[in-house]
Structures are given as structure tokens and as C-alpha cells.
Design a protein around this ligand. Structure first.
Ligand code: AMP
Ligand code: ZN
Length: 427
């Protein structure tokens, strides 16, 4: 496969690069980042102790608490004159995560994103409408860097602003849509409302930043007339979007194992899960200068996909992100993941892809309500029966009762960022 941005590496070549990068990272962190010097010393480790990739398991973990402790510039491992930029996470809970970048870090990220455009099958003649947040958030900057470096035309609209979005979509004939899954749905519904489907030139979607269901994806693919779409993963801590992309074979997400090591660990024991089992993604950067990551616990859950991919890309794969370990809600002592709710709802063709979970507490008892929407073509007369059927299916899958409310199509809130699906009103 003639990839320009993605190297084709044998397993041995990849391992050699990983070892070199791991040695460099541990050495760099130990020498230059007081937070890591302390951490490594506490474990009785010195830089020269990393001799093989197996030594990774002896290294200490880094957690989101370490980032908070070091706020505003956690883990910093370069003098300030080398920092050329900072970015911050969406920061919906707790302190915002702020990460620093050197010019080399920005360049690595740019390259990573260019790989994503390459794997999605884009060409320099593509026009990518970038409908994600610019500024503190990494998304806009990442897509912009990668698109230009790849050589396609960036149409940097940002999120929201539906009038401008449809104008640029139609007037400039965007061929690639880059957005969150929620924004893709919002755009798709807007295009349908305005009857503009025939005027679009879109072929591909690169969407991510949040979990999505097959139903949600089918809907925006159909309404936007996409030939194909690709789930993009990433996080502020590891540069930003573009740490991996689903490929045209749609059998997992290729991730850049020459730039970071991915471990899938049991979140309780912190030991590797059996091959193919679900666990927490733990990442170690291999060439990150300003804020290196050693065994950073992402809290994201996924599993490795074994074997070679039919698309010809030699980079390894993980499954899509199945949720976060901190997404879990406890209702009357029962653990519930929003993804489980989504899965149950997916079985009802009468429902749209959208849902909202509302938790309340009355006289010390927890109550869960799940609000769903009827699909556009389904009649409201059937709502009570539908609510009862959904409630029963939820109870069977989750072992908790849920009061199901069936709403009109489009009644649940739409957003151009990440959709908040759980409203916990119990505090
Ligand atoms: P942020 O650093 O604010 O961009 O948020 C990064 C987090 O968003 C990740 O740790 C994941 O939990 C989530 N995320 C990013 N991309 C995806 C995706 N494609 N699917 C599901 N969750 C995602
Ligand atoms: Zn592939």
C-alpha cells in the first residue's frame, strides 16, 4: 500500500521504534520533569532501567489527578521558551486539563492527523469542512493542521452556526465533513429540513469525540449522502484528535503505535486483560516533549483487535471506544453504563438515535427516567405501548426499573459539541 504519511512497519521494526521511544521518554521525563523525577524515584527507578519493552510494566502510572496537581502546566518537561502552545480539554467536570506543546509536538500531531485523512481515502482535491471547536479545545486546531499538511482544502467553519454551515456546504461543495457525532446529526437534520440533499457534494465523514450508536451513524450517513464515514479517536492529553482512525474495512481503529504504546489493562488489578478482552486504555507517549505521558490512565474502555487488517495498513488496531470507566452510574446499587442503555434502545426501530437519562432521588430512593424520541415516520398513538416495551427491555438488560418517556422527533436537545446524555439531579 502506498501510504505517504503512514509508515509500513514490520512487527520487529515497530518494536524497535517503541523501545527507542520508551527509553527516550523515560530519560527525558526523569531528567526534565520534576513530577516524573519524583514518581520514578519513588519506585526506585532510574532512566537506564528500561532495557526492553517488558520493562514498561515496571513503570509508574500517571493519572488525571497528576494532571490536576500540576495545573496549569502539568508534567512540564521543557523550559518555557520551548513551549509554543497550550490546549485545554472540554473540562466539563473538575479542573480543566491544560497541556503544553513544543513545535515538535505540534508537528507530530499534524503528521498524525494527516495520516487520518490518508486512511479515510482523501486526496488533495478534497475540501474538508471542519465543524468543531477552535481555540482552547484541540479539535479545530488538530483538523486544521492535519488537513493542510495532508494537502486538502480546509474550510474552517467551527461548530454551530447552521446558516453558515449549509452555505459553505453548498457553495464550496465540501466533500469531507469533520465534526463530533452530535454535530453530524445536527447538520444532517438541518440539511433534511431545508431540502438541500441534492445540492451536497459530501462523500466522507470523519467524526468522533464521543461515543455514537450505529443508528445515529446510519441516520447522518443517509441524510448527508455519505459514501463512507470514519470514527476518529483522540484526547487532549495525547496531542488531541487523530491518535487513531477507523479504516475503510470498518473492523477497528488503527492507532499510531510508532508514536505511543497502548496497553489494555484491567482497571481494578492494573494487569493486562486477556487478548481481545475489554479494559482501560493506558498510553505511553514515545516522542512527546512538553508533557510526556508515562502509562497514562485514560479511563477509556476498549479492546485490541487481533491480526492483520484487510485494508493493508500495518498499524495495529483497537475497537471503537466503548465508554469510559467513569461514565458508570449507580442506581439503587446497580452499575449502569449509558452505552448499555443505548444498546437496548438500538433494538427498537421505532425510536430515533437520541436519548437522555435523568436520575433523581426522592426520599432517599433513586429513580431513573429514560427519555427517548419516536422516529420521524412513527405515529404518536402507539407511545404508551412503546414506552412499556422499552421499559421492559431496559429492566431485563440492566436489572433496574426505568420510567420511559417517548417524545416527538427532535424534541430532545441537539448539540454541536458532545451530547450530555446523563442528567444526574440526585445531589
Ligand atoms: P477531549 O480531551 O476533551 O478531546 O476528550 C477526549 C475524550 O473524548 C476521550 O478520552 C474519550 O473519552 C472521548 N472520545 C474521543 N474520541 C472518541 C470517539 N471517537 N468515540 C468515543 N469517545 C471518544
Ligand atoms: Zn484497516
Amino acid at each position: 500500500m502506498g501510504h505517504r504519511f503512514i509508515p509500513h512497519l514490520s512487527a520487529d521494526e515497530l518494536a524497535a521504534r517503541q523501545l527507542e521511544g520508551l527509553k527516550w521518554t523515560v530519560n527525558h521525563a526523569f531528567e526534565n520533569s520534576p513530577a516524573y523525577t519524583r514518581k520514578l524515584r519513588d519506585m526506585g527507578l532510574r532512566p537506564g532501567d528500561v532495557k526492553s519493552l517488558d520493562d514498561l510494566s515496571r513503570l509508574p502510572f500517571t493519572s488525571v489527578e497528576d494532571l490536576r496537581e500540576g495545573y496549569p502546566l502539568p508534567l512540564l518537561a521543557v523550559p518555557e521558551e520551548q513551549v509554543v502552545r497550550i490546549h485545554g480539554s472540554s473540562g466539563t467536570t473538575g479542573k480543566r486539563k491544560v497541556m503544553a506543546y513544543t513545535q515538535k509536538d505540534v508537528d507530530t500531531w499534524k503528521h498524525m492527523m494527516a495520516r487520518c485523512f490518508e486512511i479515510a481515502g482523501c486526496t488533495p482535491l478534497d475540501r474538508a469542512q471542519i465543524c468543531v471547536g477552535y481555540g482552547l479545545w484541540t479539535a479545530g486546531a488538530g483538523f486544521q493542521l492535519g488537513c493542510e499538511h495532508f494537502g486538502a482544502m480546509a474550510l474552517p467553519v467551527g461548530p454551530g452556526m447552521l446558516d453558515i454551515q449549509v452555505q459553505i456546504l453548498t457553495d464550496l461543495g465540501a466533500t469531507v465533513l469533520c465534526s463530533t457525532a452530535s454535530m453530524a446529526l445536527l447538520m444532517a437534520e438541518e440539511v433534511e429540513k431545508r431540502g438541500l440533499q441534492d445540492r451536497l457534494k459530501l462523500k466522507r465523514g470523519i467524526f468522533g469525540a464521543e461515543p455514537h450508536t450505529p443508528k445515529m451513524r446510519e441516520r447522518f450517513e443517509a441524510l448527508l449522502g455519505l459514501e463512507d464515514s470514519f470514527d476518529i479517536v483522540g484526547m487532549t492529553e495525547l496531542y488531541g484528535p487523530g491518535t487513531g482512525l477507523e479504516c475503510p474495512a470498518h473492523d477497528g481503529v488503527h492507532y499510531w503505535a510508532d508514536l505511543y504504546i497502548l496497553e489494555i489493562l484491567d482497571p481494578e488489578t492494573l494487569r493486562p486483560v486477556a487478548p481481545g478482552e475489554i479494559g482501560e486504555m493506558v498510553v505511553t507517549s514515545l516522542c512527546k516533549e512538553a508533557s510526556p505521558l508515562i502509562r497514562y490512565r485514560t479511563r477509556d474502555l476498549t479492546r485490541l483487535v487481533e491480526g492483520e487488517c484487510s485494508c493493508g495498513c500495518s498499524m495495529p488496531r483497537h475497537d471503537k471506544i466503548l465508554g469510559r470507566s467513569d461514565d458508570m452510574i449507580i442506581v439503587r446499587g446497580v452499575n449502569v453504563y449509558p452505552g448499555q442503555v443505548a444498546e437496548v434502545l438500538g433494538r427498537f426501530p421505532e425510536l430515533s438515535s437520541e436519548y437522555q437519562i435523568v436520575l433523581t432521588r426522592v426520599e432517599g430512593k433513586d429513580y431513573m427516567a429514560v427519555n427517548v424520541e419516536r422516529g420521524a415516520k412513527d405515529l404518536s398513538g402507539n407511545d404508551p405501548a412503546l414506552a412499556a416495551a422499552v421499559s421492559q427491555a431496559l429492566h431485563k438488560a440492566l436489572l433496574v426499573s426505568a420510567k420511559v418517556g417517548v417524545l416527538d422527533p427532535g424534541e430532545l436537545p441537539r448539540t454541536f459539541a458532545k451530547t450530555r446524555r446523563v442528567l444526574d439531579e440526585r445531589q
